[in-house]
Design a protein around this ligand. Structure first.
Ligand SMILES: Nc1nc2c(c(=O)[nH]1)N[C@H]1C(S)=C(S)[C@@H](COP(=O)(O)O)O[C@H]1N2
Ligand SMILES: [Mo]
Length: 278
């Protein structure tokens, strides 16, 4: 995607204007019922374990709010207020919606688009992912073997770029939710409402809300069309985000940070919608 000093061209912007976005957010808030602490406890206990949140709860080790001591939980709710509501109510609806999938035979190799953060040579063999916790402190490092040890998923979906083209591709990789379970259950960083991902050089970065990240189709992908990713397509590891625009599917991930603040995002800073939801 070409970047000019004035930011993306008008025609490249997502269809939604600032005003429309404000209206959409207001409508979402209006939809989100105000609930008292007791009702909230019942819902987190139940709806995180059943129904709409099945994808979230399906994760072994993913405990998020579910395992906190009662009193802490109530305090957290007050503290996190708005973000929490957004995470919960959006998470139970749009963020958990899955994108249509296709027969694998309909997919083919796609073009290379966007090279921000890919300038340096990297040695894929010695690459390691660094994982940071809520305070920005390192909570782990992972090799590709660690990622490949997680259950592998193949997904044939339509990749959609905000520039107006789309392409049906087959991704292969681990579910982000399985990866998160490796780290979050252990560290107690369960309050993280967001995830920030960056290239090793920090030049491309995306921010996503946790509900989107826990979507069953959100993959840490290492294959495209059944082949290991090439450097241009983001080797050794990238994100595949079937129900988000392509701007979110960061290539060549170097760092993953769990955070309780909405992280910034390369294209958001240049005028695109932060959620970039399809
Ligand atoms: N590191 C990095 N990741 C990126 C980009 C980029 O410029 N740098 N561009 C994004 C955009 S706009 C798209 S459409 C897809 C394109 O992925 P592809 O090059 O594998 O087709 O990557 C996304 N991930
Ligand atoms: Mo894109």
């Amino acid at each position: 995607m070409a970047e000019s000093s004035k930011g993306p061209k008008r025609s490249e912007r997502l269809v939604e204007t600032d005003e429309e976005r404000a209206r959409r957010y207001a409508a979402l808030e209006a939809e989100a019922p105000t609930i008292d602490a007791e009702e909230y406890r019942r819902r987190t206990r139940r709806s995180f374990l059943t129904g709409g949140a099945a994808a979230v709860a399906g994760l072994a080790g993913w405990r998020w709010l579910g395992n906190r001591p009662e009193d802490n939980r109530a305090i957290d709710v007050l503290r996190k207020g708005h973000e929490f509501n957004e995470a919960l109510w959006r998470g139970l609806s749009r963020q958990q919606a899955t994108a249509p999938t296709f027969d694998r035979s309909r997919s083919s190799m796609m073009r290379v688009n966007g090279r921000h953060g890919l300038d340096d040579e990297i040695d894929v063999a010695t690459w390691e992912l660094s994982v940071l916790g809520l305070d920005g402190e390192p909570i782990g490092r992972n090799t590709m073997d660690d990622i490949k040890a997680l259950p592998k998923n193949e997904l044939t979906v339509e990749h959609k770029c905000v520039e107006g083209w789309s392409h049906i591709v087959t991704w292969g990789g681990a579910r982000f939710s399985d990866f998160a379970a490796l780290h979050l259950g252990v560290t107690g960083d369960n309050a993280a409402g967001f995830v920030s991902l960056e290239t090793p050089d920090g030049r491309y970065y995306v921010g996503l809300d946790m509900a989107s990240m826990m979507n069953s189709q959100m993959l840490l992908a290492y294959e495209l069309q059944g082949e290991p990713l090439t450097s241009d397509h983001g080797a050794p590891l990238r994100l595949a985000t079937p129900n988000k625009y392509g701007i979110k599917c960061i290539k060549r991930i170097g760092t993953i940070r769990f955070t309780d603040e909405q992280p910034t995002d390369y294209w958001y800073e240049r005028g695109y919608d932060w959620y970039a939801q399809l």
